[in-house]
Ligand binder design. Sequence first.
Ligand SMILES: Cc1ncc(COP(=O)(O)O)c(C=O)c1O
Length: 461
Amino acid sequence: MTDQTKYQLTEKDLPEAWYNINPDMPASPGPILHPVTKEPVTPEFLSVLFPMRFIQEAVSDQRWIEIPDPVRDVYRLWRPTPLIRARRLEKLLETPAHIYYKNEGVSPVGSHKPNTAVAQAFYAAEEGVHGFTTETGAGQWGSALAMACNFFDLACDVFMVKVSYSQKPYRRIVMETFGAEVTPSPSDRTEFGRKVLAEDPDSPGSLGIAISEAIEAAVKSDGKSKYSLGSVLGPVLMHQTVIGLEALKQFELAGEYPDIVIGCVGGGSNFSGLAFPFLHENFTAGKNTRIIAVEPTACPTLTKGLYTFDYGDTAKMAPIVKMHTLGHSFVPAGIHAGGLRYHGMAPHVCALYDHGDIEARAVQQLGAFAAALQFTRTEGIIPAPETAHAVKVAIDEAIKCREEGISKVIVFNFSGHGLLDLAAYDAYLCGELKDYEHPEEKIKAAIELLPEIPESSIASG
Ligand SMILES: Cc1ncc(COP(=O)(O)O)c(C=O)c1O
């Protein structure tokens, strides 16, 4: 152990390959099924939506996948990101625990999302498509994809969840500054958006609805545009593993090894990015690190959702996957952590949770903001509301160490800064925010709409 605060790597330490967890999965994440036939999808179906290299990564069993040079070149703008020991926070909490965070907020758009946006944009540019359609919740993903598309000369068409579009105008401006087109969802630009608006003109939108609109726009573009997803799918989780791979090297510099790894989960990508390389050590090197996924009580996918097959979007256009789900029609409360308002969860994360390799915890919005304030006032950085959920559990674990008189090494993924989420902090400071429990009846109703899957398709996983 050293007395340093910041553990910095140099550009030459940038990982050369991503870690693909597929060959090490202790339980199958299940098949990807066609939303209409409910049979395993063909590469032809997926290729309407995604670039070919992305599809190949999804089915690859190669443990290490080389990061293409043009992607590493862009990563160099902000990577490797620092691993920081939160000494001042430790002092505030009077904890013997050592708290570290991997600061993904230093990327140009302020979150981990460019780690996959850049890779996906490179693959699309390589195939010569015109651009991407996508959805965004808080606007972090949309900003990342807008930047990446701009670097690779692609158009970027973003459907932004309406509640965030009004709460977070600055992220819309970031996207537009990069040259993207941004539409509040539900919108009248798509058949599905018009249907939602006809039923509920005041719909706050949801990630599920925005995904449906983005998919519809891509499918109807006659091959001009592909669809890009910022989380959930295997290749997205894999692109994020640069985070954990760098962190492993940084812990060597620190002379410590984490006992607990923490990440917030929306679709599961920043969590997986930090956690999977440590899980690899658990699986292959006899390590025993606890891994905790943190979600909001307003959208408690892992802790309260059913582990079954469901559509990835509300309009039933996206593939069906096996995941913990609150039902594809579930519209969560408009909490400020917009990026955590997704009805489902990455199938890999769900399979690991179901198998007992990782833990999950749901936290309330007010507790998350209180923790974020403690972090801001000691470490000087304002966390994104999503990230605040991870901060909360890191603090809870550090307090437990104090109470039990034991020292543990805790690391959490600082997935993004909150400098464009100040309206949320304003609402918190003015006492306007409230906690939400998930409405049990709504989930029950949504779960009744789950698709019925033939045995032969289930067995194909
Ligand atoms: C800062 C930040 N953290 C976390 C998330 C959650 O997404 P994921 O679970 O894919 O990391 C988001 C999503 O928008 C985000 O913007």
